[in-house]
Write a protein that binds this ligand. Structure first.
Ligand code: CP
Length: 304
């Protein structure tokens, strides 16, 4: 049985296959409308979500399947003390596949050990968010028409941003990738990402706290929000939350075909005056998320 816990679980060939299926779904929606008839997806969300949960549910519905689940720990028996292991054991009797978000890093791995159905990690703490990364890769392929030879600026909370860790892990496997890591010193990329991913794979990268310094070189600018829910000290969050605000003025030296991405939700880090710029891809990115999740559900359920 296949699960998706970490983007590293997928080979480049498997990722390329998911992207190809997602692109085929976008072109031929009718062909896929009954592929999951009779199947059920359970969404177990112990942490808030808009895009991930609802795009998973929309994905299963557009494949002809059904959905069930909970959207907060408080509305489930987790609030009475039930463990993740017991919950997935029970839900495996109600659903064919489970998408799970949990604040504790590693919780989806615990689920895999007890589950009789495929588990998808829909975000675990500050650790991983593999389906956001698949969404990001599909966005890059659709908007830039390649996944190699790219200079990617990643800006904001590189310490706690799980989407950032998964994206760097995935893109480091493609050819001729350069990263510009833009953050305040308090929110720099963790050392394990630098050592185990960037340096181990000889990836070209630099670090700066200046959003505009490398703007003219970027093919992709991936903005992120400061992760309020991961801070221990509210004063630190308040001090750092508006460190970067991308606006039209800051884009004046950017390439004409820059792709501006953001996993969303946005707080203040992209000014709304950027939304009408044709380089703003973040709302399209959220839509691509539904199609790649459709491709993933088909793959994990082994639907041809
Ligand atoms: N990008 C993302 O994970 O959004 P949600 O938290 O709304 O699911």
């Amino acid at each position: 049985m296949k699960h998706l816990i970490d983007i590293k679980n997928l080979s480049i060939e498997e990722i390329d296959n998911l992207i190809n299926v997602a692109q085929d779904i976008m072109k031929n929606k009718e062909k896929y409308a009954k592929k999951c008839e009779g199947k059920k997806l359970a969404t177990l969300f112990y942490e808030p979500s808009t895009r991930t949960r609802l795009s998973f549910e929309a994905a299963m519905m557009e494949l002809g399947g059904n959905v069930l689940g909970f959207s907060s720990a408080n509305s489930s028996s987790a609030s009475k003390g039930e463990s993740v292991a017991d919950t997935v054991r029970v839900i495996g009797g109600y659903a064919d596949i489970i998408a799970m978000r949990h604040p504790k890093e590693g919780a989806p791995l615990v689920a895999v050990m007890k589950s009789e159905v495929p588990i998808i990690n829909a975000g675990d703490g500050g650790h991983n968010h593999p389906t956001q990364t698949l969404t990001d890769l599909l966005t890059i392929q659709c908007e830039k028409h390649r996944l190699s030879s790219l200079t990617i600026g990643i800006c904001g909370d590189l310490k706690f941003g799980r989407t950032v860790h998964s994206l760097i892990t995935a893109m480091s496997r493609y050819q001729n990738i350069k990263f510009v890591l833009i953050s305040p010193k308090e929110l720099k990329i963790p050392d394990y990402i630098k050592k185990d991913i960037l340096e181990k794979n000889n990836i070209d990268y630099c670090e700066t706290n200046n959003l505009e310094e490398y703007m003219s070189e970027l093919d992709i600018l991936y903005m992120t929000r400061v992760q309020k829910e991961r801070f221990f000290n509210e004063d630190d969050y308040i001090r750092l939350k508006d460190y970067y605000i991308l606006n039209k003025e800051k884009l004046k030296n950017a390439k004409k075909d820059l792709c501006i991405m953001h996993p969303l939700p946005r707080v203040n880090e992209i000014s709304t005056d950027v939304d009408d710029d044709e380089r703003a891809c973040y709302f399209k990115q959220a839509k691509y998320g539904k199609y790649i999740r459709m491709a993933l559900i088909l793959d994990l359920l082994e639907v041809k």
